[in-house]
Write a protein that binds this ligand. Sequence first.
Ligand SMILES: Nc1ncnc2c1ncn2[C@@H]1O[C@H](COP(=O)(O)OP(=O)(O)OP(=O)(O)O)[C@@H](O)[C@H]1O
Ligand SMILES: [Mg+2]
Length: 242
Amino acid sequence: MTLGLAVEAAGISKSYGGSAVLSGISLKIDAGELFAIMGPSGSGKSTLLRILNLLEQPDQGEVTYGGPEPVLQDGQRLRRRMTMLLQRSVMFRDTVFGNVAYGLRLRAMQEREIRDRVLNALGDVGLQGFERRKALTLSGGEAQRVAFARAIAIEPEVLFLDEFTANLDPPNIKMLESALAAYRQKTGCTVVMVSHNPFQAQRLAKRCLFLYQGEVLGSGPVDEVSRLDDERTAAFFRGDLI
Ligand SMILES: Nc1ncnc2c1ncn2[C@@H]1O[C@H](COP(=O)(O)OP(=O)(O)OP(=O)(O)O)[C@@H](O)[C@H]1O
Ligand SMILES: [Mg+2]
């Protein structure tokens, strides 16, 4: 399967209440790439992700999607081909099965196909046998794994991850990182990952963009950005507070 779409942003600017949060950001993410957006708290990472995911409009600039086919511009249909996973995902007051099936039911899929996809996705995150559990009784790590299963069950072509493993313990982080690797291998999905963890970005991404106060301090291969001659990026990659 090759599902990935390329994502391109040109000259994205965004202000809230007169203060600039993003200033002229451009980036190009290849189909099937895992790309990281990094930077300290408040630098505009989540805002940029919401704009790339077409959940929010920039004040200036444009986001375009493309793939093997010509560039796609139809927002409504396009949005069905991508999904976003947040740091703490909302669980519906339903069973684990119902939570993972949610996006599939929205897409009016056949019940049999839904069942196969839900059980497969739960297996991929090590939660086989959890389908009847009430989602609200899950531990934080289990809930995040269910949220990941819900995201991949729809087989997105672009997966947006906003600090998707923050607050989890190492075994859960490892489980989610391997489920992500397996999903990418199976589908060729494009992944855009926001992380303020430089070690995770180095583990998973080849290329990144480093934001600082809404501007790009550097972009390119992660190891090149980590070695930039700039105290702010250097401190970030050492794991220091900036
Ligand atoms: N809807 C909004 N209304 C007003 N201000 C906003 C809005 N969304 C974001 N901001 C502001 O924009 C700035 C950047 O926020 P953003 O959430 O993009 O940062 P971030 O890099 O994701 O930070 P963190 O690492 O803490 O998640 C912050 O100062 C935030 O308060
Ligand atoms: Mg954020």
